[in-house]
Ligand binder design. Structure first.
Ligand code: HEM
Length: 224
């Protein structure tokens, strides 16, 4: 848990300042001319996204869930209503008007819809006390919340890896190279964590099934 929390706090500490400064000139995403409220929408997205990231870390901590079930319910409401839902809806808007091209636009929109969908499914499962399903949907939701960090890492690595191809594959067009890195980084950023979350859930289920089989097996009876 500690490394996860450190990474989340560091990401939020790095991400927030330009968007709580109320100074559009500090935005790291250029605002499209046709969408003047871009900075406001993006800033609110980042604030709510930070709430989702920090509360999500607390929610997946087994010690916190087991020792403080009431706090888990309360923080869970903040994760959903004060984090994922507003950040996802605002992410959908900034995703649609992104200045970084169609490839990242498709990735952003699909990611926002999946994030909203997994979070709402997890919330509804908890409301009807389906805690197995609740856990599964919230693991997916949290993997998508944190995927925004792997997204940045992939994009930064891809920018370095593609640089030698600037004058060949990209014909000297830096904007094209940047859009390619952003597009690939965007897709890989959430597809890989979501696949990892599915693998982790399946692995846990397989282990539980094996334990149940072992527990129900009667003491060895002589065969043959
Ligand atoms: C998982 C669903 C999310 C989606 C779909 C999403 C979408 C977006 C989009 C579309 C942008 C603008 C960049 C562009 O135009 O391509 C953006 C920027 C940003 N998002 Fe999210 N986001 C998500 C989650 C988060 C979370 C959980 C955080 C946590 C703090 C976050 C923090 C940021 C920051 C800091 C920026 C500004 C870019 C920067 O300064 O590096 N996002 N997001």
């Amino acid at each position: 848990m500690a490394p996860l929390a450190v990474v989340a706090v560091a990401f939020v500490a790095f991400s927030l300042p330009p968007y709580v400064s109320l100074d559009p000139a500090r935005s790291r995403v250029p605002a499209p001319a046709f969408f003047p409220p871009h900075y406001v929408v993006l800033s609110l997205h980042v604030v709510f996204g930070s709430v989702a990231m920090l509360t999500g870390c607390l929610q997946v901590w087994p010690w916190f869930r087991e020792r403080h079930p009431r706090a888990h319910r309360l923080v869970g409401r903040v994760y959903v209503l004060g984090g994922c839902l507003p950040a996802g809806l605002l992410g959908l808007v900034v995703g649609l008007v992104t200045p970084f091209g169609h490839v990242i636009r498709a990735s952003n929109v699909l990611l926002a819809l999946l994030w909203l969908g997994c979070t709402i499914a997890g919330w509804r499962a908890a409301r009807r006390r389906g805690f197995v399903e609740h856990r599964r949907w919230m693991v997916r939701s949290f993997a998508l919340t944190m995927s925004i960090i792997t997204n940045r890492i992939h994009t930064a690595v891809l920018l370095v890896l593609l640089e030698p191809e600037l004058m060949t594959t990209y014909h000297g067009d830096r904007a094209l190279l940047t859009q390619t890195a952003a597009g690939l980084g965007g897709w890989l950023g959430w597809v890989l964590p979501l696949l990892a979350a599915e693998w982790w859930l399946e692995r846990g289920d397989a282990r539980r099934r094996a334990r149940r089989r072992a527990a129900t097996r009667t003491p060895a009876s002589p065969v043959g």
